[in-house]
Design a protein around this ligand. Structure first.
Ligand code: KG4
Ligand code: ZN
Length: 344
């Protein structure tokens, strides 16, 4: 069965074709970084308009690259939430209209479920059950995943998400948008031991996180070093970036190990944009070796937002007979724990 996946929840337009027998056939992502860069962050209305411009041409290109036409599509999955309402509406209306015109099933997918299942697109893939660390721009959560569709929240951030902390700290250091990957790159040249930044909530016996204090600690440090970002030397900036990254990675890897111990599970999945962070991968792999659990990631290019993960989650739900209802809606806020199970 050929499933079309559509992602338009924020600032990436993604389309993908997933075949339930052959796997991922192809996908395409358009990033709006250049569009939002001059504003220093995502402008929701510009994001929606760009999704409108890109989505159909991208769909045509992906289909024709595989010698396929729109009539070959047998099911459609789109991101229904969480995300920006206007941006979500673009994928939801295109997906629903196309499904109606072709008389094929359509389902709305939870963006975080798609991130969390995305390691199933890699080799080797994890088997259920597993613990999942979801680290994206909007979320930092540890989940117990008993089966596809059964997600129990173990802990989450009480303020900023890890990706958000990367982005805000990058802005403080005067780095260009989007800050996370740029800060991570700078951190590779820095000395992580020069500045000792706090490890928020590391000592607390729970699986929650708090990252907003780290950003404040970086601001204080910047002031101590010279007053403002312009006064910082390139070495200062790289050392701060490295110290900041190490603090986040310390907390994330320690709490993953704790979640594994608490659940008695032996596999960890790391998904979401921050899962592309190389230092995080190194440290979590090391924790896994030490504590005896296996770690799974999506393929590197599928860590950040894409249509392939939406198509996969859609394929899993559509083949179980799940269907979206008309009239359709989007869910800018949506609790992952409230989803219907898949295949039970
Ligand atoms: O999952 P994602 O593409 O979008 C959301 O669903 O939020 O995640 C985007 C987030 C951004 O905050 C971005 O700065 C962060 O992931 N990110 C990184 C890296 N690559 C992306 N953060 C740290 N290191 C990276 N290499
Ligand atoms: Zn995402």
């Amino acid at each position: 069965m050929l499933i079309l996946g559509i992602e338009s929840s924020c600032d990436e337009t993604g389309v993908a074709l997933y075949d339930t027998a052959a796997g991922l056939l192809g996908h395409s992502v358009h990033s709006q970084i250049a569009l939002h860069a001059e504003y220093g962050g995502v402008v929701p209305e510009l994001a929606s308009r760009d999704h409108v411009r890109r989505l159909l041409p991208m769909l045509k290109a992906v289909l024709s690259a595989h010698g396929l036409g729109v009539r070959d599509i047998e099911g459609i999955a789109y991101t229904q939430g969480p995300g920006l309402a206007g941006a979500l509406l673009v994928g939801a209306s295109v997906g629903t209209a196309l499904g109606y015109a072709l008389s094929v099933p359509v389902v709305g997918i939870h963006h975080l479920e798609a991130h969390l299942l995305s390691p199933l697109l890699a080799e080797p893939a994890p088997a259920f059950p597993f613990v999942a660390l979801l680290v994206s721009g909007g979320h930092t959560q540890l989940m117990a995943v008993e089966a596809a569709g059964c997600y129990e929240l173990l802990g989450e951030t009480r303020d900023d998400a890890a990706g958000e902390a990367f982005d805000k700290t990058a802005k403080l250091l005067g780095l260009p948008y989007p800050g996370g990957p740029v800060l991570a790159q700078l951190a590779e040249e820095g000395d992580a031991t020069r500045f000792k930044l706090p490890r928020p909530m590391l000592d607390q016996d729970n699986l929650d996180f708090s990252f907003s204090g780290l950003k404040t600690a970086v601001l204080t440090l910047t002031r101590q070093l010279g007053g403002n970002t312009a006064a910082l030397s390139p070495k200062d900036k790289a050392d701060i970036a490295a110290g900041f990254q190490e603090a986040i990675v310390d907390v994330l890897s320690a709490k993953c190990t704790r979640a594994i111990t608490a659940t008695g599970m032996s596999q960890l999945v790391v998904a979401g944009g921050v899962g592309a962070n190389r230092r995080l991968r190194q440290r979590i792999d090391l924790a896994g070796e030490k504590s005896g659990f296996r770690v799974f990631y999506p393929p590197m290019e599928l860590c950040t937002d894409n249509g392939a993960m939406i198509a996969l989650a859609g394929a899993m739900r559509i083949t179980e007979g799940q269907r979206g209802a008309l009239p359709f809606n989007v869910r800018p806020r949506w609790d992952l724990g409230s989803l219907a199970a898949i295949g039970q």
